[in-house]
Design a protein around this ligand. Structure first.
Ligand SMILES: Cc1cc2nc3c(=O)[nH]c(=O)nc-3n(C[C@H](O)[C@H](O)[C@H](O)COP(=O)(O)OP(=O)(O)OC[C@H]3O[C@@H](n4cnc5c(N)ncnc54)[C@H](O)[C@@H]3O)c2cc1C
Length: 441
């Protein structure tokens, strides 16, 4: 069969299935080789069969494919009008004397968070009865990307806004929602994530910190590590064992709200590569947690934590951490760019635009009540690889006589970049999640 005929048949969707069913059968190979009766006939028959088998494998995989979708979402007009408001707010609030940093973990200001809360830009999507603004996820998307792009100090409220609030809305009791959500929105309560432990990071199911039942509550013992801002935040949502480990590794865990000012909680700073201490080890020594501080159902912690990951992994903070380096690079080459520098800028921008569209798509799906965990993992993996690569490539594309502002921005980013691909799940682990989502493992 001439190649162009074969191609035409393959492109014809209605005939494709018949072709594959026919092609993969062993008798097809025998029939063709008999009919043509020579070596080239045998060869052709084998090629035919091989093609059929490949297509069959492809289609079988396709049927195992468990829904990797990036539905196109357009930012609505309301979202674009909020963008202008946020820009005006930031122009007023940000000190032009400080070096902006688009890493969400790089700067924190309780005062800035409170002002943001007063604007209605924390807990934007949450119901009005808890003080939220009832806005869409796409409107929230615009606010978060504007804050990051401008390098605003968002570290204090980021986790509570992104993760704790949605967790409480989904699993919390009415009393917990009433108590915590309005205070998160006003920028008065900041939360930490208590997942990782000294011997449990990627393999989160192996955690050992445990809470045992006691009169009116739980007694918490053990330790969490790498806990961002535990030294300044008010609470931690900790994933702990409330039942001993069993054959089902994911059973018997629960989420507890821990008051970080409790006298039996010790927070010890850990110095990072750049010499700062923004994450910690947190020790629990018989910390009493009242019954009403358990979030959701006892033993259901694993499922609850997994549902947080769609929020944790898909936002613009997963690809904008190095954005200020791109801005300063553009400023640096503005007056006399070389062709190579322009090509690089174009490539960085085109990757960014793609990641942004994927992230907007996930924001739209979250808003529609879906939980696109595989898509979120893909955004984080691609986005983190991108933001880690940016300072490395830009560093090689400039001359030695760069401005101090550019050098400071680049240096700061280089020192933090190794953490981009660790925090929130490493690249290797994300690839495993993506493979599972694609039905490949
Ligand atoms: C800046 C920063 C802030 C953080 N903030 C917080 C926080 O607030 N709260 C919190 O709970 N945690 C936090 N973390 C911890 C973070 O989630 C963990 O570092 C991460 O999950 C990896 O765990 P680990 O460090 O124990 O590495 P490990 O799990 O020990 O992994 C070590 C290496 O082995 C690889 N590896 C592990 N398992 C596999 C596998 N199955 N297949 C292939 N490769 C594998 C990993 O990819 C990695 O390269 C933070 C981390 C950083 C860097």
């Amino acid at each position: 069969m001439p190649c162009n005929h074969l191609a035409a048949r393959l492109c014809d969707g209605r005939r494709l299935k018949t072709f594959i069913c026919k092609a993969w059968k062993p008798e097809t190979v025998t029939n063709i080789s008999k009919r043509e009766g020579n070596a080239s006939g045998v060869l052709r028959a084998l090629q035919y069969a091989q093609l059929g088998v490949s297509l069959r494998v492809y289609l079988e995989r396709k049927s195992m494919f468990q829904g990797l979708t990036f539905e196109p979402f357009k930012l609505p007009d309301e979202a674009e009008s909020i963008r202008q408001e946020v820009r005006e707010f930031l122009a007023r609030e940000l000190d032009p004397g400080t070096l902006p940093n688009s890493d969400f973990n790089a700067g924190e200001s309780a005062e800035f968070s409170r002002k943001l809360g007063a604007q209605g830009w924390i807990g934007m999507t949450w119901p009005k009865e808890y003080g939220g603004s009832g806005k869409s996820f796409l409107e929230r998307y615009v606010v978060t990307e504007e804050l990051l792009a401008a390098g605003a100090p968002v570290g204090c409220h980021w986790i509570a806004d992104r993760q704790t609030g949605p967790l409480m809305l989904k699993f919390g009791t009415e009393a917990q929602k009433q108590r915590f959500l309005p205070k998160i929105i006003s920028g008065d309560y900041f939360f930490s994530i208590g997942m990782s432990e000294p011997d449990s990071g990627s393999d989160l199911a192996s955690i050992r910190t445990s809470a045992t039942k006691t009169e009116g509550g739980w007694l918490l013992n053990g330790s969490k590590i790498w806990t961002s801002y535990a030294h300044t935040n008010h609470y931690m949502v900790a994933l702990v064992r409330t039942e001993p480990p069993s054959e089902n590794r994911h059973a018997g865990m629960s989420q507890l709200v821990v008051d970080l000012s409790d006298k039996n909680v010790t927070v010890t700073g850990i110095r990072n590569l750049s010499g700062e201490e923004d994450f910690n080890q947190v020790f629990f020594d018989d910390v009493f947690i009242p019954d009403d501080m358990l979030v959701g159902t006892p033993g259901n912690g694993w499922e609850q934590v997994m549902s947080e990951l769609g929020y944790e992994r898909s936002g613009p903070e997963r690809f904008l951490s190095a954005f200020r380096v791109i801005v300063e690079f553009a400023r640096e080459i503005e007056s006399n760019p070389s062709d190579e520098q322009l090509v690089l800028l174009g490539r960085l921008a085109s990757h960014l635009i793609t990641l942004r569209r994927m992230s907007i798509s996930v924001a739209g799906m979250l808003g529609a009540g879906k939980l696109p965990l595989t898509e979120a993992a893909l955004i984080k993996d691609l986005g983190n690889s991108y933001e880690r690569m940016v300072p490395e490539i830009v560093r090689l594309a400039v001359s030695g006589n760069s401005s101090q502002r550019f050098v400071d921005t680049l240096n700061e980013c280089i020192l933090h970049a190794p953490s981009f691909t660790l925090r929130g799940g490493t690249r290797e682990v994300l690839k495993g999640v993506i493979a599972r989502g694609l039905g490949l493992r």
